[in-house]
Every structure is written in C-alpha cells, then in structure tokens.
Ligand binder design. Structure first.
Ligand code: HEC
Ligand code: HEC
Length: 326
C-alpha cells in the first residue's frame, strides 16, 4: 500500500518545533504554496511551516540550509519555491523514504506495539544534518589526522553537543575505539585515548583500570621492560592495585609474548605474581615467559611455585618434566 500523505504529515508534525528566532515579516508566511512535489498540494500554509520547523529542528539547521536566502535576510525575501539547493532535493528523497518506511515496511510487521512507533526525521538525524555516529566521526578523524585529531574532534563535539541527543558521550565510546587501536598494536594511541576518557570519567573504575593498564602496556611496547616497570610503579601511586587484575595482566603479558617482546612479557608476568602471589596461573605464565627467554632455572622455579599453589595443574607437571630433562 502506498503511504497516505496525511499519515506522513502527522508523523513529521510530531517532531518538536523550535520557534523561529526571527520575527515574522508581513510577507511571511506566503499566501500560497506553488511547488510542493511530495507533501500534499492542498496543505495549509500554517501546517507546512510547522513541518518546516520540524525539519530544521531535527537537522539542527536554519531555513537557508535548504532554501535560497541569507542568514541576515528577512524570511519574506526568501525564495522558498526555488529548487536551487541540492539539500532541498535531498530532503524530498528523505520524505519519500519516510513514506515508504512508515507506510509500507512498518506495516509489514506481524504486529505493532500498542502505541505504534513511527520513524521521523529526528529518529535518524537527532539534531545534525548528516546523521553520523560519534564513533564513526572519531574513526574518520583518527584515520585522517591520527590520535591528536581524534582528541581535538572529541573535545569539540563534546563542547558543542554534550547534553543533547545528537551524540553519545558515555565512556564506552572511547574505550571501544581504544580497544580497536590496541588490536592494531597502536599502544601509545590507546594510552592517549584512555587518558582523554579518564579526564571525563575520573571516578569510573573501569575507565581508571583501562587507563592504568594502557599506560603500562604503552611503556612496555614503546620503551622496554624497565620503562614499563616505572610506568607500573607510577600507576600504582595513582590508582588502586585492585585495578590490575590477574586476567588483564596475564593477557597483556601474552600480547607482549606474541609480538616477540619476551623481556617485557616476563616483566608483566612478574608484576602479576607480585600482585597476585596466590595465583597458580600467574606463576604458570611467568614460567612460560622465562622458558621463552631461555632462563631454564627461573622457569623451573616458577612452575614449581605454580604447582605448589595448584597441584592439579597438568601443564606445570608436564612442562617441569621436560625442563628438568634438558
Ligand atoms: C531540510 C531541508 C529543509 C529545511 C531546513 C526547510 N525546508 Fe522548507 N521545504 C523543504 C522541501 C523539501 C520543500 C518542498 C516539499 C515538497 O516538495 O513537497 C519545502 C517547501 C517549503 C515551502 C513551500 C514553498 C512552495 O511554495 O512550494 C516553504 C514556504 C518552506 N519550505 C518554508 C521553510 C521555512 C520557513 C523553513 C525554516 C523554518 C524551511 N522551509 C526549512 C525543505 C526544507
Ligand atoms: C532512516 C534514517 C533517516 C531518516 C528517517 C531521515 N534521514 Fe535524512 N539522511 C539520512 C542519512 C543516512 C543521510 C546521509 C546520506 C549521505 O550523505 O550519505 C541523510 C541525509 C540527509 C540530508 C542531506 C544532508 C547533507 O548535508 O548532505 C538532508 C537534507 C536530510 N537527510 C533531510 C532529512 C529530512 C528532512 C528527513 C525527514 C523527512 C530525513 N532526512 C529523515 C538518514 C535519514
């Protein structure tokens, strides 16, 4: 079924309507509408203006974004019927798309909620002309200008939009981006992004933990085991040791081991055994680190300790046998 035009108007009129800043001039609103191609031609001027205010609010723009006219010009001097601006034509495409979504696709649902939810311009646009998600916006900045560009962009967006529904500024946005950077091996960037997150979420334990870990991992990767240890000592002075969990440190050690940074991996495994002296797994990993580093005696000592903490550790038993045989 083709969408009825009256449904379309009802939907669009649902959007909140910010009032115009300019006082209405005598020649505005116009007497008649001459170039409606999607909205009903017989629509009243008042209803149309409400729809237009809805567009402007949903996209966070003024009338001149789609119509021929200047910011400082009275609306009476605008040429609203003109199709000169491409954005107006794009808005027509959007209007037709909305008609299809609300009139056809949503109608195909086997059932609708009691108060049917209709899609409006605002559903997608949320106060911006191009409905971009903050993660995509920041990824784009990062790809083009690196981590400093990402940081600048985040600060600007936050200054401008915080408190609105345009962008999501919860902590996981930056955390997820930092994780992507970590998977790509850009540990210094991870640290910078987590420091930025910490600035805005200083009391969030997950953010604090992620920053503390990131600062150690960045130093281990870029400056070696001694610098990594110094970064750890520094982080311990600022944050609670509880933020350095057994699992997280263990995983960091294996990432370092996987990228051939054996001495740094051993340092991280050591830190883990110091913080978690009862963790059989931490000593097992330390044993593996020493073994990779060619330190047979230290490897044996670590596996023995692991076995002492957990006599059921079959890996320690078999590895110890092999080590002792050599
Ligand atoms: C996002 C783009 C967009 C914005 C912003 C916008 N309009 Fe429109 N406007 C349109 C489109 C598209 C049409 C034509 C609709 C159609 O073809 O059915 C239109 C048509 C009109 C018309 C009818 C012109 C005619 O005679 O056919 C008037 C009047 C108008 N707009 C006024 C405004 C005013 C006032 C504002 C600011 C409050 C505004 N518009 C903001 C897109 C926009
Ligand atoms: C289902 C989501 C969705 C809805 C609903 C929607 N839009 Fe869009 N709109 C988009 C997307 C996505 C783009 C960006 C397309 C691109 O450039 O890649 C866009 C772009 C636009 C643009 C062009 C912006 C520019 O600067 O290039 C205008 C104007 C626009 N929309 C107006 C509207 C209006 C008016 C409505 C309501 C009648 C509306 N949109 C409803 C998703 C939507």
């Amino acid at each position: 079924m083709k969408p009825g035009k009256s449904t379309l108007i009802a939907i669009i009129a649902l959007a909140t309507l910010p009032s115009l800043a300019k006082p209405l001039n005598a020649q505005f609103p116009p007497d008649s509408l001459t170039n409606l191609q999607v909205l009903p031609e017989d629509m009243s001027v008042g209803a149309l203006i409400n729809v237009m205010r809805g567009f402007s609010g949903a996209l966070g723009v003024r009338c001149q974004y789609c119509h021929v006219g200047e910011a400082n010009q009275p609306l009476a001097q605008f040429d609203f019927a003109s199709d000169e601006k491409e954005t107006k034509e794009k808005a027509r495409v959007m209007l037709r798309m909305l008609g299809h979504i609300n009139g056809e696709h949503l109608d195909e649902l086997p059932s609708r909620s009691e108060v049917a939810v209709e899609v409006s311009c605002e559903t997608c646009h949320r106060g911006q002309a191009r409905p971009v998600l903050i993660s995509d916006s920041l990824r784009y900045a990062y790809r083009n200008g690196g981590v400093d560009a990402l940081e600048t962009s985040y600060r600007e967006l936050r200054n401008r939009y915080y408190g609105s529904h345009t962008y999501d500024f919860r902590s996981f946005i930056l955390s997820n981006l930092a994780n992507e950077m970590g998977r790509a091996g850009n540990f210094a960037d991870v640290e910078q992004v987590m420091a930025l997150n910490l600035e805005f979420f200083p009391d969030n334990p997950r953010v604090r933990g992620a920053y503390a870990m990131a600062s150690v991992e960045a130093a281990m990767n870029t400056s070696g085991a001694a610098a990594g240890r110094a970064a750890f000592d520094d982080a311990l002075g600022r944050f609670s040791a509880a933020l350095f969990t057994d699992n997280a440190l263990n995983a960091m050690g294996y990432r370092l081991l996987g990228s051939g940074k054996t001495a740094e991996a051993v340092e991280v495994f050591k830190i883990n055994t110091e913080l978690h002296p009862n963790s059989a797994n931490a000593f097992d990993s330390l044993g593996e680190g020493h073994m990779n580093n060619g330190d047979r005696d230290e490897a044996i000592a670590a596996y023995e300790k692991s076995l002492e903490l957990n006599p059921q550790n079959p890996n320690a038993v078999s590895t110890l046998e092999r080590l002792r045989a050599n």
